[in-house]
Design a protein. Structure first.
Length: 165
């Protein structure tokens, strides 16, 4: 059976060993969050972050992991709203460790367990649902790093519910 694949409207950033898949409607801040993650690594708040893709990403289920790749014509490109298109160093492929849904209709202050994960091509991943009026998504991701005492990339499975036993 061929691998499950799709191309979707999203951005992705490799943070440490795993990628953050950033989904949401147009104008919800996907590119902005991607750039904030990259800048956070540049200034030492994260150990490493590099663009995988912006605007359109290719997803593929392979060996129990969900892989993300840039759409070929957009490799290394990211839009900075009001400025234009920037060219950045990028990774050609990464395994996803966390899904962030911006402007999510089911975003809650204290999310239910069923809203803290998402299944894509049969692979269950941690999920952070963010309301459309939320600010500070980057601070939330950095707080996950701080609360666990480990780098975000090394604690994706614990990131969605760091206080659960």
């Amino acid at each position: 059976m061929p691998p499950a694949t799709a191309t979707i409207h999203a951005s992705a950033v490799l943070v440490g060993a795993r990628a953050v898949l950033i989904r949401g409607p147009s104008g919800s801040g996907k590119s902005r969050l991607a750039l904030e993650l990259i800048e956070a690594a540049r200034y030492g708040a994260l150990p490493f972050a590099r663009l995988v893709a912006d605007d359109r990403v290719g997803l593929e289920a392979a060996n129990g992991r969900l892989l993300v790749r840039p759409a070929p014509p957009l490799s290394g490109l990211i839009e900075l709203r009001g400025i234009g298109i920037l060219r950045l160093a990028h990774e050609p492929c990464a395994a996803i460790g966390l899904v962030v849904d911006l402007a999510a209709a089911d975003a809650e202050r204290l999310p239910q367990a069923e809203n803290r994960t998402v299944e894509i091509f049969g692979i269950i991943l941690p999920r952070l649902a963010v309301a459309s009026d939320s600010t500070g998504v980057l601070s939330s991701l950095l707080a996950l790093r701080t609360s666990s005492g480990e780098a975000v990339a090394d604690c994706w499975q614990d990131a969605v519910s760091p206080l659960d036993p």
